[in-house]
Design a protein around this ligand. Sequence first.
Ligand code: PEP
Ligand code: MG
Length: 325
Amino acid sequence: RQRQYAALRDKPSVTRDGKTITLLLNAGLMVDLPHLAETNAAGIGLFRTELQFMVADSFPRTGEQQALYSEVLDAAKGKSVTFRTLDIGGDKVLPYLRAISEENPALGWRAIRLGLDRPGLLRSQIRALAKAASGRELKVMFPMVTAVWEFDQARALFERELTHLRRWGYDLPERVHLGCMVEVPALLYQLEPLMERVDFVSVGSNDLFQYLLASDRGNTRVASRFDTLNLPFLRALRSVVRAADKANVPVTLCGELASRPLEAVALVALGFRAISMSPSAIGPVKAALLALDTERAADLVNERLDDPKAVGSLREALSDFAAAE
Ligand code: PEP
Ligand code: MG
């Protein structure tokens, strides 16, 4: 198997009916970067910046953050890298940050909420990113956005830092793209105004699933209770792709969902053309996509999702479909 996947490394990721699917990697530390060349992935679809903070003994200074980000951009050798700003709180704790006690940390003061309420940390990170990407392209997205005004505030904060840096004489990134993660269900009902504001969106399927199905992602008692290919969840995903396509906004998905071949097939059938996954998933996912007839898979999926009386999951239908291909 491994050898078979290695042989796929240099094959373009194109489905049987000719659709190019961009396969990206999830990463968080320098040790992840060699996987880019190993897998021949098109870039890094999610760089989890909190990892550097989680392995440190104290808050990394702006200079340390900048050093990591520029090392990452160097190692990516021109391939696209999407940095996500600090996503701490919830299941991601910093040992040196005094834990505030919250009854429901997953619903609490975390990620962009903390970033906007205590902007010192976020501003330092923005400066680090902008300096690291001086003269290059910079893609940054914000986690756990619930309301579009949070994205507006984050963008305003970002632009203010860029203005300061310019005034101090720094060379800015050549281009900046600011994106939003779609991982809180409330965003599903604000897709039009969201798409007007963003340069790109990326679905965080781990959290979107957890919040949509009220199912703690870390709780093994409930983690496998609901199939990941259940219809309501797939309808939610489809609504994001459709709104993004309609507004001409690039869309990716960067949760664990994309790391499983059948799930990746479902995502492409829903309309995703770029997905980000763990490095070890690239081979198996590419193998499944090379064999895929996208149009036929889309027909199958859409027919079920459009049936107002349909319930359950698409797993069986999709695996029968995949087995017959
Ligand atoms: C997600 O929620 O799907 C995601 C990509 O982010 P994380 O797993 O880091 O929360
Ligand atoms: Mg998340």
